[in-house]
Write a protein of this length. Structure first.
Length: 541
């Protein structure tokens, strides 16, 4: 049985508050609408102001998703039926037959994988047997013998060890006395004289076939010589065949099987299945958690993904082409994500993705829980810079007012706490600051990188500027950006400063602003990456 496929709701790389809160809010809506496996996810670390929001409203962070590639855990067969390594071969054969399995994992006492027995291993055992030198050293567990034969224990010799040496007593009494070896198993019928001769010769166990009764004289003799007696209904041929299947399966298992992890990418293990029909799937403690068959890869399974707050491949998950994008909710330009089938695509010219998602709750007639209302309000406050951004619309104002009522939180109070948290740069590395809210854009053949940061004052970042500039120059070289920009917004005084590395004068000219000190541009209002910077990239010459 394959585990149900989740639908991952995820935003762009270097997630901001809108991206994180949009994923959580829309996953919650899909769950309430019947997509019970919708899971909020993220592509990167959570910013300090976003962490504050989640802590305030008691919501755990979304799942960290590295890429969109299908994982073994999403296609493997579960649950896995395993046996202890002491189990008999007949126990393994029964599980393979009844469970329609190709392999049975065997485990040690702590549950970790000891080895695997496949149908091929059983076939080789049936036709080729074991090396005689090995088989004669194999201890046989009495409970395995009884289980394999369905026998009745007439007498148990507690101090004897049985070995995998089986002889059929189809010989004279004299031959039995001369040929019987200590600790071996002797299979014979109701010949009392032969039974007594074998006991006196030191046989390990007598297996009396055909359901014949064992006389009291033989039982007493067995007690004196410490010999086990088992009575079975089978005839001799069936008894010997089943005895052969009573040895521990560990003697036929593959002790070093090729394994995989639940988190392995399917594309990485596909080649292994060309050589092995089944792979045990083990967790970090080497316990078996599933089996991966060749047939599992024939299932038409792809990761289901919902994109929120972006629709550009360059900002999305690696391997997105291997997934099924089933919906997009965004407030940016329509870019380059291609889907195989028609999808829900909701793009609106508003200041925040959570504005759209809150509207989807209202359209569906779904009440918005206070905690979800709170994080969506925080997202609107963040993305519109408390309604000062040029991207802010009357729709954002109206939705925010509704969310204030539902969450019983004032937007201005939320903004003060969030922006104060974001302005605390102590202990943060320049690269982390630069990439905390960072997006890449491709315009024609040119690549651009644009970071953004909201602070309570432009002066907060001044002590770090030399390191920030060096970091920007390094990133521009390493990633071959035509230009790299870093927009710092003063949310208290509604002004902005854009730092530029690469094509500095061309960027300033396209913005219609003066280039100051060779690398920054001052703007006397809040600037928007989406509305002020991205549109001018087509005009950089």
């Amino acid at each position: 049985m394959t585990a149900p496929q989740p639908t991952y709701v995820i935003g762009h790389q270097n997630p901001d508050t809108d991206t994180i809160c949009s994923a959580i809010a829309y996953a919650a809506l899909r769950n309430r609408q019947g997509d019970t496996y919708a899971v909020a996810a993220r592509q990167g670390a959570i910013r300090s102001d976003t962490a504050y929001v989640l802590e305030r409203f008691g919501i755990p962070p979304p799942l960290l998703l590295r890429d969109a590639y299908l994982r073994v855990s999403e296609v493997m067969t579960t649950p896995v039926s395993s046996l202890p390594s002491t189990a008999s071969i007949i126990d393994v054969a029964a599980l393979l037959r009844l469970g329609e399995m190709l392999a049975v994992p065997l485990t040690d006492g702590d549950g970790s994988l000891a080895g695997v027995v496949t149908q091929g291993d059983l076939g080789r055992f049936v036709f080729d047997g074991l090396d005689p030198d090995v088989s004669e050293t194999i201890p046989i567990e009495l409970h395995n013998v009884l289980a394999a034969l369905g026998g009745t224990l007439v007498h148990e010799a507690r101090e004897r060890t049985l070995r995998d040496r089986v002889t059929v007593g189809a010989m004279s009494v004299e031959s039995i006395r001369s040929r019987v070896q200590r600790d071996q198993l002797l299979v014979l019928g109701d010949r009392e004289d032969a039974q007594c001769a074998a006991i006196e010769a030191g046989v390990g166990a007598l297996i009396v076939t055909g359901g014949y009764p064992v006389t009291e004289q033989v039982i007493q003799l067995a007690k004196q010589h410490d010999v086990t007696i088992i009575s079975v209904e089978h005839h001799t041929f069936s008894t010997v065949r089943l005895l052969n299947m009573s040895i521990p399966a560990s003697y036929v298992m593959n002790r070093e099987p090729i394994t995989c992890s639940p988190d392995d990418r399917v594309i990485d293990v596909r080649a292994l299945l060309a050589s092995f029909p089944v792979l045990p799937v083990i967790d970090d403690t080497t316990r078996p958690v599933g089996l991966l068959y060749r047939s599992d890869l024939l299932k038409p399974v792809r990761r289901r993904v919902v994109l929120v707050d972006h629709n550009e491949r360059g900002q999305s998950l690696p391997g997105l082409e291997e997934a099924d994008v089933v919906a997009i909710i965004d407030h940016h330009r329509v870019a380059d994500v291609v889907t195989a089938n028609p999808i829900l695509f909701r793009a609106e010219p508003v200041g925040c993705t959570c504005t759209i998602i809150a509207g989807l709750y209202l359209e569906a007639g779904m009440p918005i829980p206070p905690d979800i209302a709170g994080i969506m309000l925080a997202a609107i406050v963040s993305d519109t810079v408390l309604f000062r951004s040029p991207t802010c619309t009357p729709r954002d104002h109206a939705i925010a007012a509704m969310l204030e009522e539902r969450s019983e939180v004032a937007a201005v109070d939320l903004a003060d706490a969030m922006f104060t948290r974001a302005s605390d740069l102590a202990g943060r590395k320049p690269r982390d600051i630069l990439e905390a809210d960072f997006k890449e854009y491709v315009v024609g053949s040119q690549r651009y990188g644009i970071g953004a940061l909201e602070l309570t004052s432009l002066n907060v970042i001044d002590p770090l500027l030399p390191e920030v500039r060096a970091t920007m120059e390094q990133l521009q070289r390493d990633r071959s950006y035509t230009s790299l920009m870093f927009a710092v917004v003063d949310v208290v005084h509604s002004r902005s400063r854009i730092y530029v590395v690469g094509r500095e004068q061309a960027i300033a000219d396209a913005l219609g602003r003066e280039l100051r000190h060779g690398w920054h541009i001052d703007v006397d209002r809040v600037v928007s990456r989406k509305k002020d910077i991205v549109p001018i990239l087509n005009h950089v010459v």
